[in-house]
Design a protein around this ligand. Sequence first.
Ligand code: IMP
Length: 193
Amino acid sequence: MKIIFATNNSHKLAEVEAVLGEGFALSTPREHGITEEIPEEQPTLEGNASQKSHYIYARTGCDCFADDTGLEVEALNGAPGVHSARYATDGHDFAANNRRLLEELQGAASRRARFRTVISLIVDGEEHLFEGVVEGHIALGEAGCGGFGYDPLFVPDGCDCTFAEMAAEQKNAISHRGRAVAKLVEFLHNRVK
Ligand code: IMP
């Protein structure tokens, strides 16, 4: 099945390709001539995922999906949440975001957090939403150099290391995005049966 993944983030693309497995030919917006930044201006992860998939569908008419992810920290009332990409600066500055998160959590009673991903799939012109969540906590300092974003700070429940210290397959097996993509794959497999 040919499908467009509305991202230009190479880390995400690799993660999703690994979980999708055989039978899917993923392409990116750039390969369809869409080089501008895809708008994500909504106040929720659901809204942003939906806005991005509809944008790609309107431009291409092809089956497509988009994801949006947020890190929701208990002691920060769910922040950075939908603002995770631009927590510290206007750009996607992962190091600055991680510094700010550690600063905000200094002295916090709880370091509980979760990653939540929402995927909006448009297939045959109809939208379907899928959610994936992983619970965990924010470490006292950064560890590991794999992955991206907040991975060096996030320790999933049941593990004693951060996402950034794990092999890619280990992260994919339990991550928010891995879980959301698994639901997407199950849906698509059932559809073609
Ligand atoms: P996006 O809008 O889905 O690209 O995600 C927003 C921000 O959340 C990214 O810029 C990253 O900082 C962070 N993020 C998303 N997914 C992950 C992940 O798997 N690990 C760590 N950080 C992530």
